[in-house]
Design a protein around this ligand. Structure first.
Ligand code: PLP
Length: 428
């Protein structure tokens, strides 16, 4: 099949009528297939079942004798801090291990900056007339929503193959003191699976910022989530890069075991400079006497060290890689050469991003929904759900079983073609 862009209107009409028949056939099957959110599937959750039994009535003490049942140890157990330090390639002193959700730590970091001045700030952000935040797009909807919830104005920056377009980021950060920070997923970004180049991270660490209290919300959610376990992507430690560049307080890094063990009962951490962590500790100690150390202890006993984490992640990859491969195979089979969309082939993380013909994303999501395939709403990869090109959609293949995913992808490819032909016909 040649490119749809080269077909005559008659050829497009005949193609559309065939696709519409296929679509009606699928619709009559009354399917319920869900590709909305990046949730681990039950098979993945089963990999960590030992967490339920690894502690018993005799094993509740940490390595230094701390009774994990009791209050205290605000920065987290030393062995849990060591484990995350190994994964993030930084020192345990730069890490606090806290509750189960890194998103929660991110939101708290922003609200703290609003209420209490950051070490490099002259006043809390709430005392500024306006706070703006840089958001690489497409990106993660929950990041956007957290900053929108706090009333920030979001400034979008396009992604490149090496991460956010650094010429744009540098120009924005240097010129506008109301820009107080930016979001970044450095490794296997959500949704494109892009890994930042070393050069991008060095520029971020060293760039001039008009705001002295500019921070990078460095969400290293997918630090060990490789699909090609023999050839993983890597990024240098951002905390040392910022320190070497003379901006030690520029970065707050986050990660969690949500997609290592259990998304609903993992352990999350925040990593930063000593001065930033002292500031976090001062205010955090007003809201808690200490984190859930029993959960930290059972995670450390189960995962042991970086080698243990990577071994478990290789088992996740065995479950996930066939799902990503299947998406690529079906997209190639159905859409290759038709020139109506581009899709990513991520080397890790949880998502595939598809760029459709401008103006067709909402229609594709609706067509799929009417056929029983639930996708993340169109636009959700942009702040406020507002994709100016109405072109990007995100696929989350982890949860559905392979057989369901195959049907969902076949339906999606039909929907993409129907929406594309309708658009091409409307332009003819
Ligand atoms: N950060 C990114 C980039 C994500 O994609 C997700 C979940 O999909 C999260 C954070 C959620 O992290 P947590 O479960 O630690 O709150």
């Amino acid at each position: 099949m040649p490119s749809y862009l080269e077909l005559s209107t008659d050829q497009l009409d005949s193609q559309l009528s065939q696709l519409s028949k296929q679509y009606e056939q699928y619709r009559s099957d009354h399917l319920h297939l869900d590709m909305t959110r990046g949730k681990p599937c039950p098979e993945q959750l089963d990999l960590s079942q030992e967490l339920l039994t690894i502690l018993d009535s005799q094993s509740y003490k940490a390595e230094d004798g701390t009774d994990c049942r009791n209050y205290g140890v605000l920065p987290g157990l030393p062995e849990a801090r060591r484990l995350f330090a190994e994964l993030l390639d930084t020192a345990p002193e730069n890490i606090f291990v806290l509750g189960n959700s890194s998103l929660n730590l991110m939101y708290d970091t922003l609200t703290r900056a609003m209420l209490f001045k950051l070490p490099d700030a002259d006043k809390p952000w709430c005392q500024h007339e306006k706070v703006k935040f840089i958001c690489p797009v497409p990106g993660y909807d929950r990041h956007f929503n957290a900053t929108l919830d706090l009333g920030f104005e979001l400034v979008t920056v396009p992604m490149t193959r090496e991460g956010p377009d650094m010429d744009v980021v540098e120009a924005l950060a240097a010129s506008d003191p109301q820009i107080k920070g930016m979001w970044l997923v450095p490794l296997y970004s959500n949704p494109q699976g892009i890994t930042c180049s070393d050069q991008t991270l060095r520029r971020l660490a060293a760039m001039k910022t008009a705001a002295p209290d500019f921070i990078i919300m460095y969400d290293n959610a997918y630090v060990v989530h490789h699909l090609d376990v023999d050839d993983p992507d890597r990024v240098p430690d951002i905390i040392s890069l910022c320190e070497q560049a003379g901006n030690p307080n520029r970065v707050f890094e986050f990660s969690s075991f949500s997609k290592v063990t259990w998304a609903g009962a993992g352990v999350a951490c925040i990593a930063s400079s000593k001065e930033n962590l002292a500031y976090v500790q001062k205010h955090l100690s007003m809201s808690t006497i200490g984190p859930d150390k029993i959960n930290q202890l059972r995670h450390v006993r189960f995962l042991k060290n970086k080698a243990g984490v990577l071994e478990l992640m290789a088992k996740h990859a065995k479950i996930l890689k066939p799902k990503f491969d299947l998406i690529d195979r079906i997209m190639n089979r159905e859409l290759h050469d038709k020139e109506i969309c581009f899709w990513t082939e991520p080397r890790g993380g949880y998502f595939v991003s598809i760029d459709l013909l401008p103006g067709t994303a909402e229609q594709v999501v609706k067509l799929a929904a009417d056929c029983g395939v639930a996708l993340t709403p169109a636009g959700s990869t942009y702040p406020g759900g507002n994709d100016p090109d109405n072109a990007n959609i995100r696929l989350a293949p982890s949860f559905p079983p392979l057989s369901e995913l195959e049907t969902a992808m076949e339906i999606l490819c039909v929907c993409i073609q129907i929406a594309a032909i309708r658009k091409l016909r409307s332009q003819a």
